[in-house]
Design a protein around this ligand. Sequence first.
Ligand code: IMP
Ligand code: MG
Length: 170
Amino acid sequence: MQTLFTRDQICARVKELGNEITNTYSPFTNEITAVCVLKGAIHFFSDLVLEINMDVLYSFVQVSSYAGTGSTERVRVKSWLDESIYGKHILVVEDIVDTGITLNYILGYFSKYKPATLKVATLFEKKAHRKVDVPVDFVGFEIGDQFIVGYGFDYDQKKRNLPFVGVENA
Ligand code: IMP
Ligand code: MG
């Protein structure tokens, strides 16, 4: 296992993102709803909200994208919002935007319920595999075409609890 980002590097960047988010919203609101996309975003979400200097309401959804038997990739919803997002300032907190399919699905669905604003923070972005052009407002790090584990990221549901982001040595 090779370390790509240490916990300290991640936390330093998350602090910057928190400031950026605070500065973006504070001219027009002092309350946002942060929606954690489970399971991968759990650690990013919990570290990020602590760095946002305004009221942050918490919400959680669980989705997974999977390749079906055909070539189409579909998004499976495992649990969804428990409160209305109408008229609220919604910040979707994602672990990584890869093809963009998962995020595109979430944004499409959320926008039907007319939030006041809808923005996205993601810890990582992989541009090499993008299939759907989705708007991302706050990005932690751009990474190349590599499969990461740790700090929430799994390989077959394992390794999420590594306290750093790593890549398996080839
Ligand atoms: P997308 O719909 O292709 O953007 O899928 C994004 C989802 O795939 C993320 O929310 C992750 O759960 C998963 N994913 C993408 N890249 C990685 C990776 O490098 N490591 C672990 N999970 C990943
Ligand atoms: Mg995920």
